[in-house]
Design a protein around this ligand. Structure first.
Ligand code: G4P
Length: 535
């Protein structure tokens, strides 16, 4: 390989930062994304992000929008340049479109931004997504949002993160007041105070004035109680708070925390600057040939998500590839590790909001969309040169279960084919009752939308009208040691054993409490919320 290409790879990797936002609905992900895009000069696209917000209100709207547009709108990778960096924001579907894709997207991310509503603190969806980040050891940057509204005590929020997530915190800035009395934040790295001044125009954009910590105006600006409270907090922070340890941040053991208000665009720019300084650049990925560095000269990547188009007139499928090493070039021919076939990658797409644009090149840390003529499955590796295969993507703990039924026996074959293909594509997990007499597949999903998509596609693509029979379970656990371990444990109460697509035993429970019961009664039984990767 020429040193020229090597240098090019080095430069491109150095300037790339990639992240996904993890949050609970309504914490302000759309708003924060929009503001971040403003800094990337992508202001004309900001509306597009907002348009997506409307989509979440009803699932049927979503399908209709898919159909009208003829393209997928649920999957987005936003790419923007800022201060010489190229930033890739991987959009994690949320709300009603919450599905396994939300988790899988994190497999393609190098960093995560955890967005928290100051009034609510940690919420269920954030916790779940955090678990996946932890599994991957992703660095986590926390943005506590909506400081312009009354919220919980900052120290209490930090404590919640530390106690419940086991994540050390480093407050990168500190809020002065909150809600109506929100006066600004103190930035610890620069020892400056950013003053929050509500603008005259409906408080949508705050004015950010920066003054020195020792500025005599502070005492005039802050009411006495706020001033003393702020001094007390700072003393406490300096006294007991941990130092910023970048190594720990990079290992996902410590999170820098930023307070701000996305809606008024207060604190977003300092957050972005700090993120760029502290975040990981594209990281090596584990393969069967060891860790592959992003600067490894040959192109390689893996498929983390497949998106089928809902519009029958444009029934294309897009495979999303995370580029892991080397340089991707349009029309290049690559090896497909699972089948050993050669595949030409024509019409690669870069996805920016809702516009698809054909790309010529891509580098490690980037995501490209490939038209998928049915060759690709979730977790597949594509590569050039020496054969390698990346670690697969695990199956995440489903929470919704239903028998999928085909009331029309003449459609048996189409039904089987549809179920198999949708499973392979990763649209939903398929399980079966351990009782051989029950042949119907059990759909296992993390979000309701997955059921709807399966039924919709069974009908539109395979011509089978299906019905669902919901099952009363909400928790799944894989049994470590397989059927043998399960048999040894003997009779278990308040759970049912089913098998996943690889014939591994999975226990379904009505609730977490029942899981705890079984674990207490059978300490020898090891249960996993996430399925081991099938290699
Ligand atoms: P999401 O994508 O995480 O679901 O959240 P989204 O950005 O849609 O924000 C949810 C609501 O919270 C929106 O209000 C948004 O304006 C508001 N919001 C976001 N950031 C802030 C903030 O920093 N401060 C305050 N006070 N509100 C914030 P909405 O009423 O649903 O929509 P809209 O009428 O404001 O557009």
């Amino acid at each position: 390989m020429s040193t020229e290409i090597q240098a090019e790879l080095q430069t491109q990797v150095e300037r790339r930062r990639n992240f996904a936002i993890i949050s609970h609905p309504d914490a302000g992900k759309t708003t924060l994304t929009e503001k971040l895009l403003l800094y990337g000069g992508a202001i004309h696209q900001a509306g597009a992000v907002k348009a997506r917000r409307a989509q979440r209100h009803a699932t049927s709207d979503w399908m209709e929008m898919e159909q009208q547009r003829g393209i997928s709108i649920t999957s987005t990778v936003l790419q923007f340049d800022y201060k010489g960096f190229q930033i890739n924001l991987l959009d994690t579907p949320g709300h009603q479109d919450f599905s396994e894709d939300t988790y899988r997207t994190l497999a393609a991310a190098d960093n995560a931004v955890m967005l928290i509503d100051a009034a609510k603190g940690l919420e269920p969806q954030t916790r779940k997504l955090f678990e996946v980040c932890r599994l991957r050891g992703l660095p986590i940057f926390t943005f506590v949002n909506k400081l312009d509204r009354p919220g919980r005590e900052p120290l209490e929020l930090l404590d919640e993160i530390e106690q419940e997530l086991g994540l050390a915190t480093y407050a990168a800035n500190w809020p002065i007041g909150m809600g109506d009395r929100f006066k600004g934040v103190f930035e610890r790295s620069t020892q400056k105070i950013h003053l929050f001044e509500r603008s005259a125009h409906g408080q949508r954009e705050a004015v950010d004035t920066i003054i020195d910590f020792g500025d005599p105006r502070i005492e005039q600006l802050l009411e006495q109680d706020l001033y003393y409270q702020f001094k007390d907090d700072l003393e406490l922070l300096e006294g007991v708070g941990s130092e910023l340890d970048l190594e720990e941040v990079h290992e996902g053991m410590m999170t820098p925390v930023f307070f701000g208000s996305a809606m008024t665009n207060f604190g977003v720019e300092p957050f972005l600057n700090a993120f760029l300084e502290y975040a990981l650049k594209p990281t090596p990925h584990v393969s069967n040939q060891g860790e592959i560095e992003p600067t490894y000269p040959e192109f390689s990547g893996f498929i983390f998500k497949l998106q089928a188009n809902m519009d029958p007139k444009h029934r294309d499928r897009v495979a999303f590839v995370r580029v892991c090493s080397g340089k991707f070039e349009k029309d290049m021919t690559v090896n497909h590790a699972r089948t050993g076939k050669l595949v030409r990658l024509s019409r690669p797409q870069k996805l920016f909001a809702q516009d698809r644009e054909v790309i010529e090149t891509a580098y490690p840390g980037d995501v490209i969309g490939l038209n998928n003529p049915g060759v690709f499955a979730i977790g597949d590796t594509i590569y050039v040169g020496q054969k390698l295969e990346y670690e697969g993507i695990p199956s995440f703990s489903p929470e919704l279960f239903a028998y999928l039924k085909n009331p029309n026996p003449s459609k048996f074959k189409q039904f089987q084919k549809g179920v198999q293909e949708l499973r392979e594509e990763g649209a939903v997990q398929i399980m079966h009752s351990a009782d051989e007499s029950k042949r119907e597949p059990i759909l296992a999903a993390v979000g309701q939308l997955q059921f709807e998509v399966v039924q919709f596609r069974m009908q539109s693509e395979y011509g089978v009208e299906t019905t669902l029979e919901l099952l009363p379970y909400s928790v799944a656990r894989w049994v470590v040691g397989g059927w043998e371990a399960l048999e040894k444990a003997g009779r278990l109460f308040n759970t049912v054993a089913v098998k996943d697509s690889w014939n591994r035993p999975v226990l379904l429970f009505r609730n977490e409490w029942n899981v705890g019961q079984v674990e207490a009664d059978h300490p020898e039984l090891q249960l996993n919320a996430i399925a081991p990767v099938v290699s």
